[in-house]
Design a binder for this molecule. Sequence first.
Ligand code: 0O2
Length: 218
Amino acid sequence: MKRGVVVEIVNWKELLYPYEQAMDELLLKFRYLDKECRHLGIYSPIDSVTGRLKKPASILEKAGKKQIPPEEIEEKIEDITGIRILCQFVEDIEKVVGMVRGRKDMTVVEERDYITKTKASGYRSYHMIIRYPLSTALGPKEVLAEIQIRTNAMNFWATAEHSLRYKYSGNIPESLQQRLINCAEAAFHLDQEMSTIRGEITNAQRLNEIKGNLVTNI
Ligand code: 0O2
């Protein structure tokens, strides 16, 4: 089907509205999970949470690439709502994964571990596809959403590589690609090194938080 025809068939505003609601709700829930851990004085494996709604052009591009007809976009494109959870340390990723698996307000339908199975590009991240129930003005509705869980180092690399992929329309020159692979390896080693002093860092952060709370409570 031609792109112009698809643009006309899909009512984007109507289609995207529940996905925006899902993004807002999930952002709030994961941010509160982090906030609650800090409030209780227990270690939070979450460093920060962001979300994005896939743009119609990007949805169309993916649908075209995967030959998905317009009526199947909602069931087949799993990352219209995208949540990204950043962690300080690699070890925190499995803690977040466990937290997501244990939740009663969402169902995990698929997991993709690009950390153990690093992509050829050098990309590392843990992806979880969830089915998320919404209460909308038109009644109950379920949407799919993708949660990407990665360290700050993995994210630094992925964000830079994503910009380059966009700039070169997916065809990054060979020499640059090799340097990106070198950078991915450096990020991997950074994560490894940071893990070796994890205890020191988290203890220092806890102390700083306690000191900060004492100052604000005066
Ligand atoms: P955006 O702008 O983030 O939405 P496919 O698109 O077929 O490769 P699939 O099957 O939908 O992927 O699922 P996958 O690979 O689990 O997740 C795709 C998303 O993961 C991408 O979304 C990126 O966000 C991220 N990703 C996957 N591979 C790479 C990579 O090599 N480099 C970077 N920087 N990110 C990657 P979109 O739709 O491509 O982009």
